[in-house]
Ligand binder design. Sequence first.
Ligand SMILES: [Mn+2]
Length: 341
Amino acid sequence: MFRQTLTWLRNTTSRLRHGRKWSKRTLVVGPSQPVDGDSVACTKALVQHLRKQRLEAYTLPTITMYNQIDWILESGDIHPSVLEFTGGKLVSADLQGAYDALIAQWRPDEIIVVDGQANRIGFDTRGVKVYTIDHHVKPDVRQDDENGFIQPAPAAGCLLIERFRIMEPILVVSILTDTFWLRHHEPSRAARALAELTRHGLTDELFEHYQRKLRARKDPHILDALKDADVRESDNEEAVFVVLGTDSPEIHRGVMGELGYFYRHIAVVRKDGYVSLTTVDPHVDLRDFVAKFEKYGSAGGHKDSAAINFKSINDGRIAELSEAYFAFIGEHASNERGVNG
Ligand SMILES: [Mn+2]
């Protein structure tokens, strides 16, 4: 009886102090796509946080990695059995193989997916339960139960800070990248979360260090890809629809970034069927648009940036997408020019 009470007391204090009772062995992963500054920084932060509490925590390789954020995860973040499987690489197209190699030697009590939902992790968990920490939701949606904590937020990193009191300085990367340097996604809430980090060890030195790391040189092949691309514009030149001849995620991301200087609404189709969309127009909700194409694969995201992952893509499907895209933007876009327009 005494022992039970003690355990209960210990669990309760732990929950109060850390927002939840963590497992002894945790595998932390982001969604298989997109791999971005938020998912990777949250993964790193949670792994570090758990290890500081003397718990075991690892992550898996990612399917892709961008040079802007490829310094965040290190081989120590991945279990030796997985590194053996990938030949030491931190990137692998075979997430299932990597996971199966992992559980042969180290079976997690729980998998935590950050910045994405459980059905997007890209592998079968073989019965291990999944807890989700995510901010990809409509404004009225909330979840807080044994399966996850899901709430709108500027970045998944903000949920780690606000709810779970995880104050790892690396979360500055999560917030800066997902809000595009506090340009959107509840910027004042994001600033408050950053302030929390500065009260818990995020010094100017560290802050500047992370900023420098994020300011990586872009790949000049981005310009080549743009020259070779099929570029379609709306009549008013505010919306663009681009079909790339490459399936490189890094080039795709770079092209999105460049187009942001010229257009208010952007859709870029990658050769492998992954489509990214962004808008700066508060009247456009891209979630409504991508939902129409969920039947061809998967789709989701935020109001102002969303994605469709087509299982397979061909000219017919691209034509259908492009036509629907310009119709949707034409119907929903406000007429005001952008502040820089
Ligand atoms: Mn995010």
